[in-house]
Design a protein around this ligand. Structure first.
Ligand SMILES: [Zn+2]
Length: 318
């Protein structure tokens, strides 16, 4: 069998004075200082502290007078992992760009008892950019790692996704009970938000009166004629009065959407679409003010949605 092509890792893992070589699963050699690894991890401290057999009496692979240790991690994971172990003056902590990297580094951190790295991985999981796009994957990884805070944050972010998720790669990291707990939490949030949509008291309290909400009841010509159609769905009649039709349509849409994705984000995204629709419909009065009006309204409703789900707990033991 041909051995893999051995290549050298980049700085700082190519130092001439390094005292051990770690070889990744894909054949990249990292020349590292045992002192840094020993300080970072009890696992390495023990490994490097083992008495050395006299020369020639061991089957330890040597190269350039240094012991070569075969690692099961690939070079990408090993590189990320070692950068965390080194002092920050020599190697900056890497950013964990993808969740796959997070998972690999977390596994290595646990295997080699590196508590510090585990904490850094937590920070990577709590990155809002990752949470917003892949909350369910964050949930699975955080739950698998028994990271309580990160699991709860991920579950909350997942409310912007549909109740029943599509199949995802990390699903096998969690148990059926974990998934059931997540679905139950999501469902409870849906019920809480539904109550909000059934009673518009939060809205009438905010605007005070119909006069505080003129954009919603615009009748430029005479008392009965709305500028662009009148809503007929009495579920959404603030102050028992018919609003403009496009706002009713918006409320009907988010009523449905919130029964799947009970998140403030759902409300804001739908508001952006309504703003576009109203502008392209061409009503002069509404086009001019729909953006300000709907931004204020959707921010208010989004806040109420967040307030409604905030007390609901993810029921899970850690
Ligand atoms: Zn109008």
């Amino acid at each position: 069998m041909e051995s893999p092509i051995e290549t050298c890792a980049s700085a700082p893992f190519n130092h001439a004075k390094a005292d051990v070589i770690l070889r990744s699963a894909d054949g990249v050699e990292f020349r590292v200082f045992t002192l840094f690894l020993s300080l970072a991890s009890p696992f390495f401290e023990t490994l490097f502290g083992l008495p050395q057999a006299p020369d020639g009496a061991s089957d330890q692979e040597m190269k350039d007078g240094l012991a070569v240790i075969a690692m099961s991690e690939d070079s990408k994971t090993l590189d990320l992992f070692l950068r965390f172990c080194y002092p920050s003056t020599l190697a900056e902590d890497p950013s964990l760009e993808s969740l796959t990297e997070v998972l690999a580094v977390l596994a290595a951190a646990r295997k080699y008892s590196l508590d510090l790295i585990e904490r850094r991985v937590c920070q990577a999981l709590a990155n809002p950019k990752v949470l917003e796009t892949e909350p369910l994957r964050c949930f699975a990884i955080a739950r698998n790692a028994r990271l309580k805070h990160e699991t709860i944050i991920a579950a909350r972010h997942n409310l912007r996704q549909p109740l029943i998720p599509a199949l995802f790669a990390e699903i096998n990291l969690i148990s059926a009970s974990d998934l059931l707990a997540l679905l139950t939490y999501h469902k409870k949030c849906i019920i809480a938000v539904k109550a909000l949509m059934k009673n518009l008291q939060w809205m009438t309290a905010h605007y005070g009166s119909i006069n505080g909400c003129g954009w919603l009841f615009n009748r430029p010509n005479n008392y009965n004629q709305y500028c662009c159609g009148q809503g007929t769905d009495t579920r959404f009649f603030p102050w028992s009065t018919a609003p403009l039709a496009w706002w009713t349509t918006y409320m009907q849409e988010i009523y449905e959407l919130l029964q799947d994705s009970p998140s403030g984000e759902t409300v804001r995204t739908a508001a952006d679409k309504t703003i576009q629709k109203v502008r392209s419909a061409g009503c002069t009065a509404c086009s001019g003010r729909v953006k300000d009006a709907m931004t204020e309204f959707s921010n208010l409703l989004a806040l109420k949605v967040e307030e409604s789900v905030a007390p609901i707990e993810l029921e899970m033991d850690f």
